[in-house]
Design a protein around this ligand. Structure first.
Ligand SMILES: [Zn+2]
Ligand SMILES: [Zn+2]
Length: 366
């Protein structure tokens, strides 16, 4: 690109054209040239440093996600971080050169739920004209050299945190939001976390930071479980080699855990949560499932268990995640196991789908 074209971009030094991954059809993603988006008045243009992949992206790639932009004109990626390149006319909170991380959701700001702060449950979900956007889900996201986002959804990345940490901030916000909606008071409690994926592993660390009595991590793959132990789980249980229900009951003097947090998305996990949670305890579900799930709801009622669910990373919980990470209590970068250049995004998603090489967080670097 010529120097003249560079100068014609939205800000000095910002080109007009970028490389971006575009989803053309189910499992058909290609890296092509796209125009660099211009930030609207309340938006910020970010030079993306890296973008994480997650299970939600697999559903998007398979065409099983509602309200995405039209195929052929849609860049996914909702766990990105980078450096501010330009700001909209109404933005004075950030300036070019600032390092930022994000939350995916920005609500419409005008519906009943947004008015009480529940913007991940925005009643105008997917309605861009009314102001809602979920980066990489209902609007273009971060599998590209540049991305725009609403100023509400950006957070300064403290100097001691790397971009790898920044990617995991979005993930950590999910588990923290789940704890938030379930009451948030974890000090002294016995906690079980199902699923040693990125959400589970950040939730383990959050529960330790919040003073849990013991954090028990249940999974099926040795490598992520071992990582969970390094990141602070007091006990790890491989459900392929031990009965997780028996093991949790043994670790809690037969009573069960105060809180079970379901981060796995495994269809058997809700039943296991029911069996490991003590009478009067709580189950927090932050996973998505491939279909309908069967479990003994009567047992939940008989045990006086309350079930809480949450979606995404709302309620100031990304800000909380940034703070925990800055204190060294949330170690994100250790969870990044694989890096791929943007041009190899298809390979990156094959690794995520096939779990090739025991990935925890696979990131794409544009
Ligand atoms: Zn995700
Ligand atoms: Zn709303």
């Amino acid at each position: 690109m010529s120097a003249a074209a560079e100068a014609a971009g939205p800000q000095p030094g910002v080109p007009e054209v970028m490389r971006a991954a575009v989803l053309f059809g189910p499992r058909d993603i290609r890296v092509v040239d796209r125009r660099v988006p211009l930030p609207g008045p309340d938006e910020v243009l970010v030079r993306v440093a890296m973008c994480g992949t997650c299970g939600t992206d697999l559903k998007i790639f398979d065409g099983h996600f509602p309200q995405t932009p039209p195929l052929g004109d849609y860049t996914p990626g909702h766990e990105w971080t980078g450096t501010v390149a330009a700001t909209g006319s109404g933005v004075d909170e950030f300036a070019p050169g600032d390092r930022v991380c994000i939350e995916a959701h920005s609500g419409c700001g005008r519906c009943d739920n947004c008015l009480v702060g529940r913007y991940t449950a925005c009643l105008n979900y997917g309605n861009r004209a009314k102001g809602h956007r979920a980066s990489g889900m209902t609007v273009d996201g971060g599998f590209a050299e540049y991305a725009v986002h609403h100023v509400n959804a950006l957070y300064p990345l403290p100097p001691r945190l790397s971009f790898e940490d920044g990617v995991l901030i979005t993930t950590a916000g999910t588990g923290l939001y789940g704890l938030d909606v379930a009451g948030g008071y974890i000090a002294g409690l016995d906690v079980v976390v199902f699923g040693p994926g990125p959400v589970g592993l950040t939730t383990v660390q959050a529960c330790q930071a919040l003073g849990a009595n013991q954090v028990i991590l249940v999974g099926t793959r040795p490598a992520p479980l071992e990582l969970g132990r390094r990141l602070g789980a007091d006990h790890v249980i491989n459900a392929r080699t031990a009965d997780p229900v028996r093991a949790v009951l043994d670790l809690t003097a037969g009573a069960g855990a105060d809180v079970a947090i379901e981060c796995s998305g495994g269809t058997e996990a809700p039943q296991q949560c029911t069996e490991v949670t003590k009478r009067g305890g709580k189950i927090v579900i932050v996973a998505f499932y491939p279909g309908q799930v069967t479990f003994d709801l009567g047992a939940v009622v008989r045990k006086d268990i309350s079930i809480h669910t949450s979606r995404g990373e709302g309620g100031n919980n990304v800000k909380r995640a940034v703070a925990l990470a800055a204190q060294g209590k949330l170690r994100g970068a250790e969870m990044v196991t694989h890096r791929f250049p943007l041009e190899d995004i298809t390979t990156a998603f094959r690794v995520v789908r096939e779990r090739d090489g025991n990935p925890v967080k696979v990131v794409v670097v544009p």
